[in-house]
Design a protein. Structure first.
Length: 278
């Protein structure tokens, strides 16, 4: 750990959340940490985005990426962040709010009988709490904030709620994916923001509809190509996911025309050893 006076040349990463990083950047961040008023992590992230011009293609601050990067620097002892506000510090489980979703209603029907199947974008606090709570309660990985630029959806039909699906930033390096694309490290660095990772996918346990999962994946693949450019100003060209084996076989992804590319050699986005499927 450091008291904040260490030589800035020691242990500085060359990249931070996909962007180049150097001693000058670290010095600017340290300045913004001390200047932030109020001294909150959210305010520090806003100041850092302004100081480093850390923005998306539409000029909006990349606050999520900045907060992830700041936390990494904090944990590495390169900066000292104030304690998290609100008392829900890192390492604590998200407290689910069952009152945010409707009373469970068993659904068992042919897919063609589900009229009005659609995705509802998570765009306000109510739908966000609902999405987070469903994932925490019913997804085997539980809830954790999705990294980077993200899109989250509730899966609904005319009869109610069916599940949730979410996309976040792509894994920085995946040998099978990178070999399949054929890009150089420089090309990956330049274009990785156009790849989205399907980090969470949940069909609620009381919903038993054959082929529903692959249908939702097809709907989502179309929807993100509309919503991501509108929100972040960048076109999506590829989706990826990681399937934990032997727990799952990735059948619904194959049925939705996703391609199996190989196995990962390390840990994936969800901190498991995964099989990659694109």
């Amino acid at each position: 750990m450091t008291d904040g006076t260490e030589d800035p040349g020691q242990g500085i990463p060359s990249r931070l959340c996909g962007r180049p990083f150097n001693e000058t950047d670290l010095a600017r961040i340290r300045q913004e940490v001390t200047r932030a008023q109020p001294p909150l992590r959210a305010e520090i992230a806003r100041r850092v985005c302004r100081a480093l011009e850390w923005t998306d293609l539409q000029g909006r601050p990349k606050l999520m990426s900045a907060r992830v990067g700041l936390l990494r620097l904090h944990r590495a002892g390169l900066i000292e962040l104030p304690p998290p506000s609100g008392g829900n510090g890192n390492g604590r489980r998200y407290r689910a709010r069952p009152e945010t979703w409707p009373e469970p209603v068993p659904v068992s029907a042919p897919l063609r009988a589900l009229s009005g199947l659609h995705l509802v974008s998570v765009s306000d606090r109510r739908t966000s709490h609902c999405w987070n709570s469903l994932i925490e309660c019913y997804h085997y990985l539980g809830y954790s904030p999705l990294p980077g630029a993200q899109l989250r959806y509730l899966i609904q039909f005319d009869g109610g709620l069916l599940g949730a699906i979410g996309f976040g930033a792509a894994a920085w390096k995946v040998a099978a994916r990178d070999h399949w694309i054929g890009w150089t490290p420089a090309q990956r660095q330049a274009h990785l923001g156009r790849v989205l990772n399907n980090a969470r996918f949940l069909i609620l346990p009381w919903v038993q509809v054959k082929h529903l999962a692959s249908k939702v994946l097809a709907l989502a693949a179309r929807q993100v190509t509309i919503d991501f450019p509108a929100r972040y100003g960048e076109r999506v060209v590829l989706l990826e996911t990681f399937v934990e084996i032997p727990r799952f076989a990735g059948t619904c992804y194959r049925a939705a025309n996703w391609h199996y590319l190989g196995e990962t050699t390390g840990r994936g986005k969800t901190d498991r050893t995964h099989q990659a499927a694109l």
